[in-house]
Design a protein around this ligand. Structure first.
Ligand code: SAM
Length: 260
């Protein structure tokens, strides 16, 4: 309602989303920590552990080819590489961090310099729209991740079809995203917190109320667990079990799909 996103043309929505993330790139971590009370870090750790990247690869075997979409500041990618290397002894696993926004990606590149993957051939960066990954070959990726990204995409179905295309048969699509709180009392408390406190914190900490207002509204509009699971199925994926795992009562959820 504040941006009237529904009433603006798609191209304009895209540029507004770009504006939101250019505005928040620098204060991104501080804000995430504030808004989630630090819990987003635990969710990300759990997400990566559940994917067990680099498993069943050895020092001499090829390792996993991973693609982190909407990878922004590298938060997920560095965790995936760490897990592959330290837990699964897979120093040949590689990752492409891709994001539509060059400033977010530049932040990720900068942060990579402080990791052991600085200028490593295991890590590369790609500016691309998740809806069109034409520089990535079909059937080439073992693991596709997207964390807190897909709800910003204009055409989510198209992005899911691209995920399906680039994955190898047997490859895994994995998404960490805000979702639906399952307990109605907790939901009422959560909604009050997010709709009043988050824009206010955005204003006070980042000096940017509108961007955080948009983030809250985009969370509210994103399909809930079942519906998103069905979208993943519709793109051609097999979903293991019920198709998702709730985190912190459904504030966030992990959805997975396997390309047959
Ligand atoms: N994955 C990181 C994390 O978990 O901290 C960053 C998430 S950030 C909230 C969302 C990212 O999605 C932004 O960096 C934004 O530029 C990116 N994004 C938005 N629309 C996109 C699109 N169509 N294709 C690729 N990335 C997009």
């Amino acid at each position: 309602t504040h941006f009237g996103f529904e009433t603006v043309p798609e191209a304009e929505k895209e540029s507004r989303v770009a504006g939101v993330f250019s505005n928040v790139a620098a204060s991104y971590d501080t804000m995430n920590d504030f808004m989630s009370l630090g819990i987003h870090r635990l969710w990300k750790d759990h997400f990566v552990r559940s994917l067990n990247p680099g498993s069943s690869s050895t020092v001499d075997s090829p390792g996993w080819k991973m693609l982190d979409i909407a990878g922004g500041t590298g938060d997920i990618a560095f965790r995936l590489l760490d897990h592959a290397t330290d837990i699964n002894n897979s120093p040949s696993s590689t990752i492409i961090i891709s994001d539509i926004n060059p400033s977010m990606l530049a932040e990720g590149k900068k942060r990579s310099l402080a990791t052991s993957y600085a200028n490593s051939p295991r890590l590369s960066f790609l500016v691309a729209n998740a809806e069109d990954l034409n520089t990535i070959e079909s059937n080439s990726v073992d693991l596709y991740t997207v964390a807190f990204g897909i709800r910003n995409f204009t055409n989510k179905e198209k992005a899911l079809r691209e995920a399906y295309r680039v994955l190898k048969p047997g490859g895994v699509f994995a998404c960490l995203e805000f979702s639906g709180v399952t307990n109605s009392l907790f939901d009422a408390v959560y909604k009050r917190w997010s709709f009043s406190a988050i824009p206010l914190i955005g204003q006070l900490v980042a000096g940017d109320r509108a961007s955080y207002q948009y983030l809250v509204e985009s969370i509210e509009k994103f399909p809930k667990q079942e519906e998103f699971r069905d979208m993943i199925k519709d793109a051609g994926f097999m979903v293991p079990g019920k198709g998702w795992e709730d985190l912190t009562g459904g504030i966030a959820a992990i959805h997975k799909g396997i390309k047959p």
